[in-house]
Design a protein around this ligand. Structure first.
Ligand code: FPP
Ligand code: MG
Ligand code: MG
Length: 391
């Protein structure tokens, strides 16, 4: 059994495409409105793990060539995805005679009266660049955009002052611009998604956005009865966190020519689902164990927000007196401190870690049908890194 150190480092393996994904993402988010331009790019200019795009790219590398549709995907891989993105409103509202086609350049960096920028000629893929398709790189950006949009909205809802070690967007720009910025990013993500030209993938990825909202609303609602608490927690966690990883991974495999429902698409989905739940359980632990300095966001936030996450749900089994506190969402004075103390005395954190490990193990096991490659090794390595992460 090999440890983390001997496994492929997934971040190093994909350093080149990841860097390109980050760099060209900023073009997609350009707006001729200066305020929007700034706020849309704000969370992308700060360091982040970019775990979601990494998963998309790893699955591209791990499964491209395996599906029946690969040759067809490759033949169509010559792409104009890189035409300047993307301002459909210019075309629709101001220039109705221009066809809304993939080859029309549209950019937000030019004013309506400026001449349009030149069309970048589609570059044929060279043989060295075939391992990840342009559409899969674009999907990596789309999932990161959806994630960032949800963070903008989340920081408004949670009234969080910090994100990624800096002032949160609402703190820096106010709540109104943060909500609008999130919506703007979703608009750009939707346009980019449409350009992938695969209705199945459009539907799959669009459903993530609804899942995120459903997860958030489930979390806001009244605490469930004790007998349903874990079921609701896991459902919420799938919608809020794992759906993006599961469906992003599946979308990548489908773009590489595997049909939905076929084994590699299901492997990707199951991996993302299990990894996402493990990721969130570790997040729950870090909220109890770490502070602002390592997290880049406030620690101890969950109880303050009224949330009973993994550690508190386990503590409930040992200390029934935590139940009423959970039910009133730690609202009364002293509730947060009392709950924190009970969780500390309990095995809540330890049991949450064990549960996270079992989901991470499951994520590793579902990869079995994949052929042995560096990318698969990188995916396995991620299941170990997720558990060990400190921020
Ligand atoms: C972070 O959770 C937030 C999410 C994972 C998703 C939140 C979803 C919404 C606000 C719905 C809006 C959705 C879209 C598509 C715009 P957290 O608050 O537990 O974590 P944190 O500590 O990082 O803030
Ligand atoms: Mg939140
Ligand atoms: Mg939050």
């Amino acid at each position: 059994h090999r440890g983390v150190t001997t496994r492929t480092d997934p971040f190093a393996l994909l350093a080149e495409p990841m860097q390109e994904v980050r760099r060209t993402l900023l073009d997609i988010l350009g707006s001729s409105n200066d305020s929007m331009d700034q706020i849309a790019k704000y969370y992308f200019l700060q360091p982040s793990k970019a775990l979601r795009p990494l998963i998309v790219l790893l699955f591209a590398k791990a499964t491209n060539g395996l599906g029946a549709g690969w040759d067809r995907k490759l033949a169509h891989a010559i792409t104009d995805l890189d035409q300047p993105m993307s301002r459909p409103d210019v075309l629709v509202d101001h220039n109705p005679r221009l066809p809304l086609s993939k080859t029309v350049p549209f950019s937000d960096h030019w004013a309506l009266t400026d001449p349009p920028p030149p069309i970048i000629p589609p570059t044929p893929l060279d043989a060295t660049g075939l391992d990840i398709l342009p559409s899969q790189r674009r999907l990596a950006q789309i999932v990161e955009m959806i994630h960032a949009a949800s963070l903008l909205h989340d920081d408004v809802i949670d009234q969080s002052p910090l994100r990624r070690g800096n002032a949160s967007a609402p703190e820096a720009y106010g709540t109104k611009l943060s909500v609008l910025g999130g919506n703007f990013i979703l608009g750009r993500a939707s346009a980019a998604l449409a350009r992938l030209g695969d209705p199945q993938v459009v539907e799959l990825i669009a459903s993530i956005m609804s899942n995120l909202v459903e997860g958030e609303i489930l979390q806001m609602q009244d605490a469930p009865a004790p007998s349903r608490a874990w079921r609701v927690y896991l459902q919420k966690t799938y919608m809020k966190t794992a759906s993006l990883m599961a469906k992003g991974a599946r979308g990548s495999v489908v773009l590489g020519g595997c049909e939905q429902g076929q084994v590699y698409a299901e492997v990707a989905y199951a991996y993302g689902r299990n990894l996402g739940i493990a990721f969130q359980l570790v997040d729950d632990i870090l909220d109890y164990e770490s502070g602002e300095a390592t997290l880049g966001k406030p620690g101890g936030a969950d109880l303050q927000l009224g949330l009973a996450t993994g550690p508190a749900l386990f503590a409930w089994e040992e200390y029934p007196e935590i139940g009423p506190l959970i039910e009133r969402k730690f609202k009364q004075p002293g509730d947060v401190e009392r709950a924190r103390e009970l969780v500390r005395q309990s095995a809540g954190v330890e049991r949450t870690r064990e549960l996270a490990i079992s989901y991470a193990d499951q994520a590793r096991k579902v990869l079995d049908p994949l052929p042995q490659t560096d990318a698969k090794d990188g995916l396995i390595s991620l299941t170990e890194r997720i558990i060990k992460r400190k921020s």
